[in-house]
Ligand binder design. Sequence first.
Ligand code: NIG
Ligand code: FE
Length: 418
Amino acid sequence: MLEQLPTFDLAIIHCGEVLTLSGASECPKRRAELADVGLIRDGVIGISGEKIAWVGSETSYRQLGRAKREIDAGGKVVMPGLVDSHTHAVFAGSREGEWEEKMRGASYLEILKKGGGILRTVDATREASPEDLLNLAKETLKKMLSYGTTTVEIKSGYGLDLKNELKILNVIQRLKDETPLDVVATFLGAHAIPKEYLNNSDSYIDLVIGMLPEAKDHAQFCDVFCEEGAFSASQTRRVLEQAVKLGFQVKLHAGEFSDQGAVRLAAEFAAVSVDHLDVIHECEIPLLIESGAVGVLLPGVSHFLRMKEPPPVRALIEVGVPVALASDFNPGSCPSFSMQEMIHLAVRNFNLSASEAISAATINAAHGLGMASSVGSLEVGKQADLLLLDIDHYEQLPYYFGMNHVDKVIKNGKIVYS
Ligand code: NIG
Ligand code: FE
């Protein structure tokens, strides 16, 4: 005799396709595993409280299941909430004029050297009150949620002094408490050399190291922008040595415009993720494997800054780097936070298949935040974070580009957007 299932609080019925992304909560998806989205046709998801209680076929549910409430997905696609593991979402101002200059040929680093770029946003962010910054960021996160992002990492880095870095980290803390999203905080004091230290970046590194103990109360990760015009590998190492001693986990901005050897540091400091990788020499790829880090690709940056070459995505996948996708949402290199757009761009420009891109934007992205035991897939016991999409097949997600396919967002078992 088949046993009746417990009564669920909520069941999502009549899902034409459920993308479970199952089986990769322990280890991220690598190589051919990336192409497996754990598809169940004609599926149902049972939710009890905030958690997923059951995933199975419509036929089994009809025989054995019941729920206090049902939502009819109308034969459409249901998938896990998107995980954006790399953003700079707390800032003031915008930089559209500068982007036009870039499109006419000015380089990112040239603009930075003239005191524009990150430093322009630093000025605006320093001037903004904590309340103003919070309200701006809340608006951003509300829109992110409506585009299907249910977990987001946010970096500090537009303060560049203790007071303003803590102001940003406090805003991130309040976003955790006051929005439905899961918010992960990263301290990126070493994001740019502030104008007070332009010819003295080593002293700024001393200052960043001094900020670490207080930043630790607000942030899980420490990141450094290891780049020409920002910080060298040896300066990056100095920050990370102290950060690791204080208990931070490590992320790195590596190879956005130039290769500074940051991948070696990822192995040295057991980085959880290494992000960008637009410029990575072949000899460094084994080091990336050795580090165990998730390789976070940012196709929005490559697109928005009209970069000449895509990163060596296929080579990374073939040797076994677990790749993830993120938006890098920020006012300079990617003013979009649509993870649906990132999936489109990854297929269009980085040669991923739709299924690989979806794995990279869900379960592998969750690994990039050390959160794969609770988010990133639809499996029993995990948070009920899921999206009802207005498409018939998951391959339509990147295909119908430039639009929002989200019909409903469920976060921790509750509808938070419809
Ligand atoms: O990831 N790389 C450093 N930070 C951002 C750019 C930030 C900005 O331009 O404001 C990035 O591209
Ligand atoms: Fe970034």
